[in-house]
Structures are given as structure tokens and as C-alpha cells.
Ligand binder design. Structure first.
Ligand SMILES: Nc1ncnc2c1ncn2[C@@H]1O[C@H](COP(=O)(O)OP(=O)(O)OP(=O)(O)O)[C@@H](O)[C@H]1O
Ligand SMILES: [Mg+2]
Length: 212
């Protein structure tokens, strides 16, 4: 098996290619009928890191980590698999309650209250899985990238489009604050708002009241 390249530039290139491959994997998987569970999240991670760092690709971490610029300390590595098993049960349960929103915003009518509620449930589960991955930090590296792709997997599976949560420069703090807000108070609203804004970007010109 190939090992992680020592050359930093080569490593970055392989990771960047991995993210593109994983985005394609996510799109294809979202459009299939294959079951989504925590195993799918491991598969996304595996696709990202297969060439860049095969030893960790798709595997739970075996060491303890700190998150840069964050006071949240992820659980001891010996507890990761237990937390991810619990997450799997909740994930499957949450997904079973969601409805597909195909065609929403593409018709001339405003979404009904029922559709707005269903959309909110999809966005809520998207925020939940995103935060679950970053909070437990189950992988040695690439938790943020995996979480953002997992979010798109849910949006695309339930008839929406994948978004790009902006994490560059001034947006980075808003994103990190949104995650912190969940760590501290289980308040998903700021992260949900970032997801709604991502959707509003993608549906601009179509969605009138996507952010209510
Ligand atoms: N307080 C926090 N609570 C939960 N998650 C956090 C917190 N602060 C940061 N994170 C997450 O941890 C990620 C960084 O972890 P990691 O280095 O494993 O991911 P990455 O994919 O390599 O990095 P990046 O997301 O910067 O591309 C951040 O992007 C964010 O998603
Ligand atoms: Mg990192």
C-alpha cells in the first residue's frame, strides 16, 4: 500500500484531487438508491484520502487530537467508534423521517407550509450530521471536508442541490462560531442559517422566500 507522501506540495495536490473525486462520489451516491449511513461517511473520507494518506482513509482515528483554534476537545480515540455507532442509529432514524423535495423552487408557486417544514427537516439533519462529524472528529484529518461533503450528500439525496459553505477569510469565523454554538448550547440555528444561505445562493433567481 502506498504511504503518505513526505512532500507537502504533492500531499496537497493529492488531497485536492481526492476532494474532487469525493464530490463526484457524493453526487452519484446521492442520486442512487443505496442506503445512506455512517458507513457512507467513511466511504467519502476514504475517497478523499485514498492517495494522499491511505493509512487513515476511511478509518476511525487511533490517536487523540486537538482542533486548531477551538476550545472543543474531541472525545478520546477509544470512544470514537462507540459515538459513531450511536450517531449511526440516530442518522438512520432521522433520514427515515425526511421527504424528497424534488422540484421545490422550480415551480411558479410559493412553497406550501408543509414543504417549508419538510425543507427545514432536511436542513436540520444536514446541520446535525455536519456538526456530529466535526464534534466527534472521528478521523485523523479531513473532518471538516468530510462533514461539508456529507452535508451535500443529504441535500442532494433529498432533491436539493449541493452547496458551498463559505469558509474563507471573514466567513471562517462565522462558520466556526456556528459549530461552537452547537457544542455549547445545542443551538443549530446559526449553522442551519449558513446552509439556507448556501441554498439561496444556488437557487438565486428562483427561491423567493428560502430564508424566512
Ligand atoms: N468548535 C468546534 N466544534 C466542532 N467542530 C469544529 C469546531 N472548530 C472547528 N471545527 C471543525 O473542525 C474542522 C477542522 O478539522 P480537520 O482539520 O480534521 O478538517 P479538515 O477538513 O482537514 O480542515 P478544513 O475544514 O479546514 O478543510 C473545521 O473545518 C471545522 O469543521
Ligand atoms: Mg485539517
Amino acid at each position: 500500500m502506498a504511504t503518505r507522501p513526505g512532500d507537502e506540495a504533492e500531499l496537497q495536490k493529492r488531497e485536492a484531487i481526492g476532494v474532487i473525486r469525493a464530490s463526484r462520489f457524493v453526487r452519484k451516491y446521492a442520486n442512487s438508491k443505496d442506503v445512506i449511513d455512517i458507513g457512507t461517511i467513511q466511504k467519502i473520507h476514504e475517497v478523499i484520502f485514498k492517495d494522499a494518506w491511505p493509512e487513515i482513509a476511511g478509518k476511525w482515528r487511533t490517536e487523540n487530537l486537538k482542533i486548531t483554534d477551538s476550545s472543543h476537545l474531541p472525545p478520546h480515540h477509544s470512544e470514537v467508534s462507540k459515538f459513531m455507532d450511536q450517531a449511526n442509529a440516530e442518522f438512520i432514524q432521522r433520514l427515515s423521517g425526511l421527504k424528497t423535495l424534488e422540484g421545490l423552487f422550480m415551480e411558479n408557486t410559493e412553497p406550501t407550509d408543509e414543504q417549508t417544514k419538510q425543507l427545514d427537516a432536511v436542513v436540520e439533519t444536514t446541520a446535525w450530521i455536519h456538526h456530529k462529524i466535526t464534534h466527534v472528529h472521528p478521523f485523523r484529518e479531513g473532518n471538516g471536508r468530510t462533514a461539508r461533503l456529507a452535508a451535500n450528500l443529504i441535500l442532494e439525496r433529498y432533491g436539493l442541490v449541493g452547496i458551498s459553505i463559505k469558509i474563507e477569510r471573514e466567513n471562517k469565523n462565522r462558520y466556526l462560531d456556528a459549530l461552537k454554538q452547537i457544542d455549547k448550547q445545542w443551538d443549530y440555528e446559526p449553522l442551519k442559517m449558513l446552509i439556507y444561505e448556501g441554498l439561496a445562493d444556488r437557487y438565486s433567481g428562483l427561491a423567493r422566500n428560502i430564508i424566512s
